[in-house]
Design a protein around this ligand. Structure first.
Ligand SMILES: [Zn+2]
Ligand SMILES: [Zn+2]
Length: 143
């Protein structure tokens, strides 16, 4: 997939064709509201660099620190924007369950809305489509 055809690359570069409001922006990542929120608050944190999916992440400093930073941005966002909710969930969809082929961390402040949406954002074990950020970090942590 060419990066010019990637909607999340356009958002990350804040190109004029994107009307998405960024709630966080730094030299490595941006964050914005999920267009189809599944919970009380639902943000996405994406790297500016085009990384297609979790399958493209490798164990080592580079990706471990990238995902750690993404998680920190997400945690800070939910602390600021969803302090009423004390259940926060962070994770990624494994292909083919991901919606867009540009790595994105789902940051959810529960409750799920509507409640059945939990299915899409709950780890169902090794076959499940959703991997929690902390679990992914264990796999990326430098040995
Ligand atoms: Zn992209
Ligand atoms: Zn997703």
């Amino acid at each position: 997939m060419s990066t010019s055809a990637c909607i999340f690359c356009e958002i990350a570069r804040s190109s004029s064709s994107s009307s998405t409001r960024l709630v966080h922006q730094d030299d490595k990542m941006v964050a914005f509201q999920d267009i189809n929120p599944a919970a009380f608050r639902h943000y996405l944190v994406i790297p500016i660099q085009h990384i297609p999916t979790v399958k493209n992440l490798q164990r080592g400093d580079e990706h471990f620190s990238l995902v750690t930073q993404m998680l920190n941005v997400g945690k800070t966002l939910l602390q600021l924007e969803a302090s009423q909710s004390n259940v926060h969930r962070f994770g990624f969809h494994r292909p083919p369950f991901n919606s867009v082929d540009h790595l994105h961390l789902h940051c959810l402040a529960l409750p799920f809305m509507p409640s059945w949406k939990y299915i899409k954002y709950t780890s169902m074990g090794p076959l499940g489509g959703f991997v929690e950020a902390e679990k992914l970090l264990e796999k990326l942590k430098p040995l």
